[in-house]
Design a protein around this ligand. Sequence first.
Ligand code: FPP
Length: 248
Amino acid sequence: MSASERLRQIRIGGLVPRHVAVIMDGNGRWARQRGLPRHAGHKAGMRSVREAIEGAIEAGVEVLTLFAFSTENWQRPRPEISALMGLLRLYAHREKAELREQGVEVHVLGDLDQLDRGTRRAVDDIVRSTAGGDRLRLNLMISYSGREEILRACRRLAEEVATGARAAADVDEEAFEAHLFTAGVPDPDLLIRTSGEVRVSNFLLWQLAYTEMYITPVLWPDFDREELFEAILDFQRRERRFGRVSAV
Ligand code: FPP
């Protein structure tokens, strides 16, 4: 089935996921299969990022959240970290005009204090340049850990309770969510993970509570909009019950 045929099927299929999150995995394996260094896999992965964004816009997805660099990724060898940060700067520099034209509003979420000064500046720049885009919200998760995000929210709520700004009994889901990086964003409807691994890997631990998961063996650099459309079609065939029983 061609991309346009898949898109047509999505349109008649009904509900499009409002928020799609992606664990972009398999860059290293893609490079190794070709006898290339790992950073070549990350570089090739940038093309898939573009494909995912354009596909999301075409399908009518409102929010796309990409796991670009985890807190654990800081443990990788220095040269690989430098290559990834370099790609991030390149991406911000090269794509910001195009993203703005496409109506993509970029948010970069995570522990950004860990970034070097140049990368931090590039990140702030792409966020500023694309502010106000109203076709797609793109969350780039960088230096991100789901557990850390939860602890950060707990610390902030504890401070509010300690200072008397909030009663302990008022710590509810709404208050908690307001302290997550994703405050104000609906939870993901669909999580896609490439390269066949069946793990959540410390990604959006709170937000994924009722998210439908789609695992594909495709390595991230081979991912394109057709793969995204396939995942959305699969999502449309499912019945979401949110812990309840189905309507008969
Ligand atoms: C996982 O593959 C991928 C990453 C750690 C980085 C993701 C980065 C990109 C797709 C490129 C840059 C993105 C932006 C937004 C500029 P892996 O290295 O864990 O692969 P492996 O499991 O096969 O070793």
